[in-house]
Design a binder for this molecule. Structure first.
Ligand SMILES: NC(=O)c1ccc[n+]([C@@H]2O[C@H](COP(=O)([O-])OP(=O)(O)OC[C@H]3O[C@@H](n4cnc5c(N)ncnc54)[C@H](OP(=O)(O)O)[C@@H]3O)[C@@H](O)[C@H]2O)c1
Length: 258
């Protein structure tokens, strides 16, 4: 698809991939709106990137999504691309007590959020001659990452939903894409740096991942697998148990409480 003169909404635009998407897509001549929960962070991105438009919105709140939709459609009626990027990843020991409303937080943000965003914006996107939805999943959608069990479930769920969405939108003007991102040096991973088995050298720079995603969008790819995500894709088919065993080595003392 042509990647200039679009109007693009990026959820979670104040973090690693989101800022990269915003700055690169603006540089290509697109109008970009970003969201996030934290007003201060939105202000800081606006100072860094004056052309970006910011809206405070929590993707895990249905009310916020409706408000976001009304504001975007009013102020940016040309909106034709939605990038569901907002996400959170926690390390969780299932041996500990968790509030039942809190334990599903990644599902609320990473899975229910994009499902609701798509449902809310779909009728509008259908009115555009060229439209796209990109869902940001993860290599972890291809295999569980045991130290982050709820995150793993959220990304596998989002991948499955994205594949179903693509089939349902086959006869529309809307291209459905999935960015299967590998581990990256963004704030999302900060909480893992001190875990046993963590290897910062395996992380790919977020700008490189977003460059690959944008190239994939330009080339109308359904799925984009930057860097190690491509390796995980192959291994998840030919040696899934090996992959799970390897990913289970990270944070063993946290998970088993030894
Ligand atoms: N980094 C990696 O290794 C990696 C690998 C594969 C996939 N991914 C995926 O890539 C996406 C971006 O991750 P990242 O690494 O760039 O993370 P990040 O640097 O932590 O940024 C996350 C962004 O999402 C926003 N966000 C979080 N919860 C939100 C909510 N409820 N509503 C709206 N915005 C929310 C954050 O802003 P606020 O906190 O202000 O709301 C921030 O802008 C996520 O979906 C993540 O799962 C990341």
């Amino acid at each position: 698809m042509k990647l200039s003169d679009n109007t693009i909404l990026v959820t979670g635009g104040t973090g690693g991939f989101g800022i990269e998407f915003a700055s690169k897509l603006i540089a290509l001549g697109n109008t970009v709106i970003i969201t996030g929960r934290n007003a201060q962070k939105l202000l800081e991105v606006k100072q860094q990137l004056p052309q970006v438009h910011t809206i405070q919105s929590d993707v895990s709140s249905a009310e916020d999504i409706v408000r976001l939709y009304e504001q975007v459609i009013r102020d940016f009626p040309a909106l034709n691309i939605l990038i569901n990027n907002a996400g959170e990843m926690r390390k969780i020991s299932l041996h500990h007590q968790h509030e039942l409303t809190d334990i599903t937080r990644e599902i609320d943000i990473n899975l229910i959020g994009p499902i609701r965003m798509v449902q809310q914006f779909l009728p509008h996107l259908k009115t555009k001659p060229h439209a796209a939805i990109m869902n940001v999943t993860s290599g972890i959608a291809l295999m569980p990452f045991p130290i982050s069990p709820v995150y793993s479930a959220s990304k596998a769920g989002l991948r499955s939903y994205t594949q179903a969405l693509r089939v349902q939108l086959k006869h529309t003007n809307i291209k459905v894409m999935e960015l299967v991102a590998p581990g990256s040096s963004t704030p999302l991973n900060d909480k893992f740096v001190n875990e046993d088995g963590f290897n910062a050298g395996m992380l790919m720079a977020p700008d490189k991942i977003v460059d690959t995603a944008i190239k994939g969008m330009k080339n109308d790819r359904d799925e984009v697998y930057p860097g190690l995500a491509g390796v995980m894709r192959v291994l998840s088919r030919i040696a899934p148990n090996l992959l799970i065993a390897q990913s289970g080595k990270m944070g063993a003392s946290f998970m088993y409480g030894k």
